[in-house]
Design a protein around this ligand. Structure first.
Ligand SMILES: [Ca+2]
Ligand SMILES: [Ca+2]
Ligand SMILES: [Ca+2]
Length: 388
């Protein structure tokens, strides 16, 4: 697939919170008119409940996610990861901007506890820029590029990424980092994220504060997308195993599970996670350094072959999850009235059934292809661009 298309500058930047209601309404109308409204949108939509109804009881905290989150006209996806090189052209017009923060004045203008946090926060260095301080791993830039890459004049037009750096230079984190993780999640929720992408997993069980933070995020209407993991285990790793997090496994082009991908009854969806073309950082990134620390990295970067240009090809569940985040973001862009439950239902209805019929331990409810989701949203029919 070709991820990075020629970039066209958008005429309007929609992230200003102070924008007049009239203008917002006009933009909303223009956006919605480009989306095909499903005839069943007025039906009563059921919450996405147990992952396997026969085995697991309904979890009440999902009830909270039946309420739409209060949001602006943009769809904000917080990428809690290793940091993003936002100067890469793929992000042009797709960067979340904190409109209440005056850049570079050394003052926390919006009183959210973070000084000059214009595009996010670096919880590794406790500064406002992933490109300065400790070396940034390339992982987050690749993940984020999947979320924003696409055509203009489509639902993806309003998607903005928030750079919430958490992982260290080796793309790793340690047990002592969980409080930092909680801060990162709370930052994303407090600053307007509609979706949190968590392309990371933990070998050990996180402390209760981590689960609580993710549950609070879900209860406040944020959709959290995580990864099954890349250990070949028949079990989804933390934190995606939590019911407040969507667990994504990785499939190849032919919808078979990627060998390294974890699987299990907690998998909700699968998405392309093999040989995916993503953006590679163009600043503040030393590939030599990265290769040196890669042996201890977690989660592993399974493939990093590239042509020395602006992109490279990678594999792993880390790059499957953002396909689901992107699909969810496009659904929200077209249906701002949808609650998280409605979004999940839309994903389920438009997932491509793969492997054993119905919900299965390898691909959950099926493979999410953002192109097929976009096609469905635009009225082009489900699976119009998909060959089984
Ligand atoms: Ca601030
Ligand atoms: Ca400031
Ligand atoms: Ca930094």
């Amino acid at each position: 697939m070709t991820m990075l298309r020629p970039l066209l500058r958008r005429g309007l930047h929609l992230s200003l919170k102070g924008m007049s209601l009239l203008l917002s309404a006009a933009i909303l109308v223009s956006l919605v008119s480009s989306c095909h409204h499903q005839s069943n949108q007025q039906q009563s939509l059921q919450p996405y409940g147990p992952k396997l109804p026969s085995l697991q009881p309904y979890v009440p905290h999902y009830e909270a996610s039946t309420q739409p989150r209060q949001r602006g006209t943009d769809v904000v996806v917080a990428v809690i990861d290793s940091g993003i090189d936002l100067s890469h052209p793929v992000f042009e017009g797709h960067v979340w901007t904190n409109a209440d923060e005056i850049p570079g004045n050394g003052i926390d203008d919006d009183h959210n506890g973070y000084i000059d946090d214009v595009h996010g926060w670096d919880f590794r260095d406790m500064d406002n820029n992933s490109l300065v301080g400790t070396p940034m791993h390339s992982h987050g830039t690749g993940v984020a590029s999947i979320i924003v890459a696409g055509n203009v004049q489509t639902p993806s037009d309003t998607i903005r990424v928030m750079d919430v750096r958490f992982l260290d230079s080796g793309n790793s984190f340690h047990r002592s980092d969980w409080p930092r993780f909680v801060d990162a999640v709370e930052y994303a929720v407090a600053n307007g994220a509609d979706i949190i992408n968590l392309s990371m997993f933990s070998n050990g069980k996180p402390p209760g504060i981590a689960e609580k933070a993710l549950m609070k995020a879900a209860m406040s209407g944020v959709i959290v997308v995580g990864i099954a993991g890349n250990m070949e285990y028949g079990q989804v790793m933390y934190p995606a195993i939590y019911k407040s997090v969507i667990a994504v496994s990785a499939t190849a082009d032919d919808f078979t599970l990627v060998k390294s991908s974890n699987y299990g009854s907690d998998v909700d969806f699968a998405a392309l996670g093999e040989d995916v073309e993503v953006a590679r950082p163009i600043n503040s990134w030393s590939e030599t350094y990265e290769l040196e620390v890669q042996s201890s990295s977690e989660p592993p970067m399974l493939s990093s072959a590239h042509d020395g240009g602006m992109t490279r090809r990678v594999s792993g569940t880390s790059f499957a999850a953002p396909q689901v985040s992107r699909a969810a973001a496009m659904i929200i862009a077209c249906h701002p009235e949808f609650s998280p439950s409605d979004v999940i239902r839309f994903l389920r209805e438009h997932a491509i059934d793969a492997g054993p019929q119905g919900n299965d331990i390898y691909t959950g409810y099926g493979v999410i292809d953002p192109v097929a989701i976009e096609s469905a949203l635009l009225g082009g029919g489900v699976g119009a661009n998909v060959s089984p």
